[in-house]
Ligand binder design. Structure first.
Ligand code: TYD
Ligand code: MG
Length: 453
């Protein structure tokens, strides 16, 4: 079959017939690399194919037991997995280089091995002696984990077939190299082929396979998004450099809720669990200051309080700056527009900076009202009472919309010593949790009540 070269995006895996500087599919720059395509034979007629037998849904026994899960004992990890590790599953753990993926997975491997799973840690980046040294530093030198240093997919699969492990960790998928694929290690087709083979090993043998994937900024190495669709569970390990805590977030999970987070703190002896993240996120908060507002959020199934900080200052530029850390830039633009159009409060000629303190990323629309409050507080140079939490979604009309799990948000606020809350008037918050509630139907009323404007 004639082979033509093609090009793939190393960020999202999209294919193109010619090179360009920017991927049309995901919008990333400098991420298109040349690929030798897989030579696929005609898949048409049933040459040596087996006929399958489809089963009627209702014939499947409803009494079938749910998959037996293994818990690691690291509560933060088990919750993000949906309640433990499921056999015959493939899990992708993505994250920036140096964020702590190898440390997390070595700790997890040790815990699962101690819980009775036959565990193999395959490192393509470090020699076994280096992994052992790391284990020593983490106090895990005695853990019954088998180590292998390998990058050839054929070698890895042969080892796995012979060892028949329950849990395999591949650190990282970008170092695995398949000799039947005609392109450089780390390329989109190599990473896909390796992920495909390892995932089918998991399904065939009933093992859990964890693939580690580095998030790549640009260039020739394929990123973890390329394999997201092949695996059952996608977790991202995130955090800001310079902050000591890390968040493991599930963005896809066939065996549990997505958007669940686990919070860890980096220590000299490895990652430690953080049982009460709100305390940690609010720990650096000083006296009430203009632009600072506490948002009562929900991450996954758990309430988390975080501080939203805004700074608003006259701009020296013709185009004012809008800079956001930890929240969505488009959503900030929307709130600024609603404040201007519905409440007559302009931000033209003002630079706006918004930061979610502590390095956590918030994606809930429930943070709208807290963001608006932080912006107004910064603009008016007045601080809000320190013991108040705020949440609520803002619609384009300026109406405040109720959000989910209001009762849990209030309960968490009460637990952390807050005494009052500002929230939308719709919906039922259940109990107030002992907090003084100020409930409002639209943004204009909120501005009038809180800022007297
Ligand atoms: P590492 O796990 O190697 O990151 P990744 O596999 O994502 O590239 O961690 C990076 C460095 O940080 C490494 O030198 C070990 C150190 N580290 C700690 O000292 N304590 C910790 O709790 C973690 C997570 C990492
Ligand atoms: Mg690593």
């Amino acid at each position: 079959m004639a082979k033509t070269t093609s090009f793939s995006c190393t960020a999202c895996g999209a294919s193109f017939s010619k090179w360009s500087g920017r991927c049309d599919a995901c919008g990333e720059w400098n991420c298109i690399a040349e690929e030798a395509p897989l030579s696929t034979g005609p898949a048409s007629k049933s040459l040596g194919a087996k006929r399958g037998t489809p089963i009627t849904l209702s014939d499947l026994s409803s009494e079938e037991a749910p998959p037996p899960r293994t818990v690691s004992g690291l509560g933060e990890l088990d919750r993000v997995l949906g309640g433990g590790l499921v056999p015959a599953s493939a899990i992708l753990v993505g994250g920036d280089p140096g964020i702590g993926k190898s440390t997390l997975l070595l700790q997890a491997a040790a815990r699962f091995a101690q819980a009775g799973l036959k565990t193999i840690y395959v490192s393509g980046e470090e020699a076994s002696a280096q992994v052992r040294m790391r284990a020593g530093r983490l106090g895990l030198a005695e853990a019954p984990v088998k180590l292998a240093a390998a990058t050839s997919l054929r070698d890895i699969l042969t080892t796995l077939e012979a060892e028949a492990p329950d849990l395999v960790i591949i650190d990282s998928i970008q170092t695995v190299w398949a000799d039947h694929v005609d392109s450089a290690p780390g390329s989109v087709s190599q990473v896909r082929a390796a992920a495909h083979e390892l995932t089918s090993f998991a399904k065939r043998k009933g093992a859990s396979v964890v693939l580690v994937g580095h998030v790549t900024k640009e260039g020739q190495i394929a990123g973890p998004r390329v394999v997201e669709h092949m695996v059952d569970t996608v977790l991202y390990f995130e955090g800001e450099r310079g902050h000591q805590f890390r968040i493991l977030r599930s963005v896809k999970n066939r065996f549990g809720p997505a958007d669940e987070i686990g919070v860890f703190e980096m220590t000299g002896g490895g990652l430690a669990e953080v049982a009460n993240p709100s305390e940690l996120f609010l720990s650096g908060r000083g006296d009430p200051a203009p632009g600072s507002v506490v948002f009562a959020g929900i991450e996954g199934t758990r309430p988390v309080l975080v501080e939203m900080q805004a700074l608003v200052a006259p701009t020296p530029h013709s185009q004012p700056r809008r800079a956001v850390v930890g929240w969505d830039g488009g959503r900030l633009a929307m709130i600024l527009a609603v404040l201007e159009a519905r409440c007559g409060i302009p931000f033209a000629g003002l630079d706006v900076y918004l930061n979610v303190a502590g390095g956590i990323k918030i994606s809930e629309p429930a943070a709208d009202l807290a963001v608006a409050a932080a912006l107004l507080s910064a603009r008016e140079d007045t601080s809000l009472p320190a013991e108040t939490v705020i949440f609520g979604e803002i619609s384009l009309s300026g109406a405040l919309r109720p959000v989910g799990q209001m009762e849990n948000r209030l309960k968490e606020a009460r637990k952390l010593g807050f005494t009052s809350a500002i929230l939308p008037s719709g919906g039922k918050p259940g109990g107030s949790g002992g907090l003084a509630l100020t409930r409002m139907g639209d943004l204009t009323a909120f501005v009038g009540e809180v800022f007297g404007a």
